[in-house]
Design a protein around this ligand. Structure first.
Ligand SMILES: Cc1cc2nc3c(=O)[nH]c(=O)nc-3n(C[C@H](O)[C@H](O)[C@H](O)COP(=O)(O)OP(=O)(O)OC[C@H]3O[C@@H](n4cnc5c(N)ncnc54)[C@H](O)[C@@H]3O)c2cc1C
Length: 360
């Protein structure tokens, strides 16, 4: 069957690279007309089964990672699931090479023809509601003036920065003692001026490393909508983020796109029609919705919450939780680690908001 994929981002290209596993489908990747210029950025993920191509595309990895608050530092460790970082452009190119070998066609939207027997999946970005929580960030790959970074440990969250604009942390991937990707990341409803993130990065490096930026190698910026999102076009079935792959409370997406595509391929091999479903379990979506309610209403709880979670889980448990592989025991462990009062308030506020929507 002729199968068009609208969009040529991560999900479309991951699927294209696996087209050999979908012999019933003649896949073409369609560049959308309205698409903005594609920009490279770094993509982080924990290694899981099936991510070999991403691992091969990666630039660096760490088997230790830390979460830091004003009151302590938790270092987690996993040899089985190290944290990797790759250039999106590198991964896309590797997928493209594989897809080309498999005979995938790459076309412009204007040359796409649909017939009754063809089908189209839409991987253009989903739409967020007006007041949606956003994960917004600016990152710089920097060289600093002295060797200060511990390149054995990635810092996933360091909350020792201004918390007045929403939950705010630094994400720091040390490539060497003098070189790192440093991102200022906030969870809030309002994107800030570039200056705010840049000042945060410079102040953080000065305050906690006594270092200053010598050279900026690369800069990237992102806004990831969180919570429940609407499809780009209600009439076209989705793929990737546009089919619910963004994990609502973390924005973590890459591994979920892989799970979504893996399940679709498995179902297709069993003779079922090709469809890309939301890869998250309903209970995880509910827990994320409560967490987002807490972070929206009481952002000052963020550092305590993530700090407690990090200190109560092992590295492998943390990865399983973040990657949607938690069982009930692990979920319970996370719930027990959370500060209770904000969560009780969060649950009731979440239920109240939902019943208000239903009545409206
Ligand atoms: C700077 C940055 C850093 C990130 N870091 C991480 C990370 O570390 N880990 C992680 O899991 N996720 C990360 N993400 C999110 C991740 O990149 C996305 O979730 C992922 O690319 C989603 O894949 P996708 O195929 O669904 O969408 P995309 O890869 O975004 O592909 C969307 C497609 O739609 C097209 N398109 C975009 N806008 C329009 C439009 N208006 N009209 C028509 N077409 C359009 C694009 O050209 C592209 O072809 C990051 C995002 C950014 C911006």
């Amino acid at each position: 069957m002729k199968t068009h994929i609208l969009g040529d981002g991560i999900a479309a290209m991951m699927l294209a690279s696996r087209s050999g596993e979908l012999p019933e489908h003649e896949i073409s990747i369609v560049s959308p007309e309205e698409a903005p210029m594609s920009k490279d950025h770094m993509l982080g993920f924990w290694n899981m089964n099936g991510l070999e191509m991403a691992v091969e595309s990666s630039r660096a990895s760490w088997s230790k990672w830390a979460i830091i608050t004003n009151t302590g530092k938790s270092v987690m460790h996993s040899d089985k699931h190290p944290y990797h970082i790759m250039h999106k452009a590198n991964y896309i190119q590797n997928c493209r090479d594989k897809a080309t070998q498999e005979g995938v066609e790459f076309i412009e939207e204007k040359s796409m023809t649909t017939t009754e027997s063809s089908q189209t999946f839409d991987s253009r970005p989903p739409r967020a509601s007006e007041n949606a929580m956003l994960q917004h960030f600016l990152g710089q790959e920097v060289e600093v003036d002295k060797p200060v970074f511990d390149s054995s440990t990635a810092i996933l969250m360091d909350f020792r920065v201004d918390q007045s604009e929403g939950m705010h942390f630094i994400y720091l991937l040390p490539y060497s003692p003098t070189q790192a990707l440093v991102e200022s990341t906030l969870f809030s409803t309002t994107v800030l001026d570039r200056e705010y993130y840049v000042n945060t990065i410079n102040d953080y490096l000065a305050d906690h490393y006594g270092a200053s930026v010598h050279n900026i190698i690369h800069e990237e910026q992102g806004v990831i909508p969180m919570g429940t999102l609407s499809p780009h076009d209600e009439n076209i079935p989705g793929l990737g983020a546009n089919a619910g792959a963004i994990r609502p409370a973390s924005g973590y997406t890459f591994v979920f796109i892989h799970q979504q595509i893996q399940r679709a391929i498995q179902a297709s091999k069993q003779g079922k029609p090709l469809r890309f479903k939301r890869p998250h379990k309903a209970i995880d979506v509910w827990m994320d919705a409560v967490l987002l309610t807490v972070l929206r209403s009481w952002p000052q709880q963020g550092p305590k919450l993530f700090g407690r979670m990090a200190s109560s889980l092992s590295g492998d448990e943390f990865v399983r939780f973040m990657s949607g592989q938690a069982n009930w025991r692990l979920r319970l462990k996370v719930i027990m680690a959370m500060p209770k009062l904000p969560f009780i308030k969060g649950v009731s506020k979440h239920i109240f908001q939902r019943s208000e929507k239903v009545v409206a």
